[in-house]
Design a protein around this ligand. Structure first.
Ligand SMILES: [Zn+2]
Length: 404
């Protein structure tokens, strides 16, 4: 029959496999193709590779294949188990599907292609499969690509945590600063995550002792973890996080002062935003309020000056500049600013080190926007395993190998 030959050619089946029959059910929108193998065929042992093993028995299996136009297509085959002299009875591997998968390789590739353009849940709905089956496909290809990934020569790393779900569950990301690539995602945000990263780095041909630069926020956990697991690394505290500590202190001053100075009502964002991001209204508010004798205005001046620290020409200029700022802030009689200044003081070297390394926020921000995209794609992802797989897929610069 001609259509069987067509199917056989389209599936690129090679001996001893052939298309033995097909059933088309228009009402059910389903096409079933039966694959069989020639009588007396012999197969290679899947365990040891011994050729010409005789068939012991066979079991009927089914795989979802690429749709035939609007019709779901399923392949059915009797898959033999062979008798190997060395290994005993073993199920052979079929050339059109991965072991244990209910999808063909081409369907896998189709799924992996679909999810580049849409959330997994949407792709699952479109192909009429439960999303857990699609996640299994994604995890397989991501895990395989990660297993091959070479992390030798990694020397500059940033890490940061992100909430996996609103309010609870964190994952920590370890980023290669030289390639803007997520190397590792750990559950949690404690010091042990750094140890897990160091182990993973070793498994991928890297060397924790070769990591010489680390960029982190001021979390005690990451500082401890770095000291314990990346012993040669010098720490640069992330500029964004340092400025945020001072900015949060400005907000605390404003909140306390607002109780006695009603003119501060609704002025919150005018104080917190950077000059260039202010709306016309906010600019006006700021112009008028900053002229008055307000604690908030003084705190805001301190924040602006703290940011100028990052514009200093060199570490030699920056160190005395920061010292003066520290003196000013700690003598301000504004408790939140004093606390912020003390936090800066406790992290002095890592803050100054920015002037040696100039580790750019842009890299972390770029990664963060990729992670947000991964979260959107993984919406309703059920387990952090799936979220991690999606982060690797989007931000890991992996070499995913698909049969197409
Ligand atoms: Zn064998």
């Amino acid at each position: 029959m001609r259509d069987l030959e067509t199917f056989q050619a389209a599936l690129e089946l090679k001996q001893p496999w052939f298309v033995a029959g097909s059933r088309f059910d228009a009402a059910a929108r389903r096409l079933e193709i039966d694959i069989s193998f020639a009588n007396g065929a012999r197969f290679t042992c899947p365990s040891c590779g011994a050729a010409e093993c005789p068939v012991h028995d066979a079991r009927l299996l089914t795989w979802r294949h690429l749709d035939f136009w609007q019709h779901e297509t399923h392949l059915t085959a009797r898959v033999p188990r062979v008798r190997c002299d060395a290994c005993g009875v073993k199920k052979v591997s079929v050339p059109w599907a991965r072991e244990g998968s209910g999808f063909t390789l081409l369907f896998d590739a189709y799924v992996m292609d679909m999810i580049t353009g849409m959330p997994v849940a949407v792709a699952a709905r479109m192909v009429g499969e439960h999303d857990t089956r699609l996640w299994r496909v994604i995890r397989h290809y991501v895990d395989a690509a990660r297993a091959r990934a070479d992390h030798s020569g990694i020397s500059r790393v940033a890490f940061d945590e992100t909430a996996a779900r609103r309010g609870h569950d964190y994952v920590s990301l370890f980023v290669n600063l030289d390639r803007s690539q997520v190397l590792f995602v750990a559950d949690g945000k404690d010091a042990a995550t750094v140890g897990a990263f160091a182990d993973d780095l070793t498994e991928h041909g890297g060397d924790p002792a070769a990591v010489c630069e680390v960029c982190i926020d001021m979390s005690t956990a990451f500082i401890k973890g770095t000291a314990a697991h990346l012993p040669q690394a010098a720490i640069t505290f992330d500029k964004f996080h340092a400025v945020k500590i001072v900015n949060d202190a400005v907000d605390d001053v404003r909140r306390a002062e607002q109780k006695s100075r009603p003119e501060l009502t609704h002025s919150r964002y005018a104080w917190l935003k950077n000059e260039s991001n202010l709306s016309a209204g906010q600019r006006e508010t700021l112009n008028s309020l900053s002229q008055r004798n307000l604690k908030t205005a003084r705190a805001w001046q301190m924040r602006l000056t703290f940011q100028e620290f990052y514009q200093q020409q060199s570490r030699e200029d920056a160190a005395p500049f920061l010292k003066k700022w520290y003196f000013w802030a700690t003598h301000s009689r504004l408790p939140p600013m004093i606390d912020a200044a003390r936090t800066i003081k406790r992290h002095w070297d890592g803050i100054l080190r920015w002037h040696d390394t100039h580790i750019a926020n842009g890299i972390l921000e770029g990664i963060n926007s990729l992670v947000q995209a991964a979260k959107a794609k993984a919406r309703g992802y059920r387990t952090s395993r799936n979220l991690k797989a999606m982060i690797y897929l989007i931000a890991g610069k992996l070499n995913i190998l698909l049969s197409t």
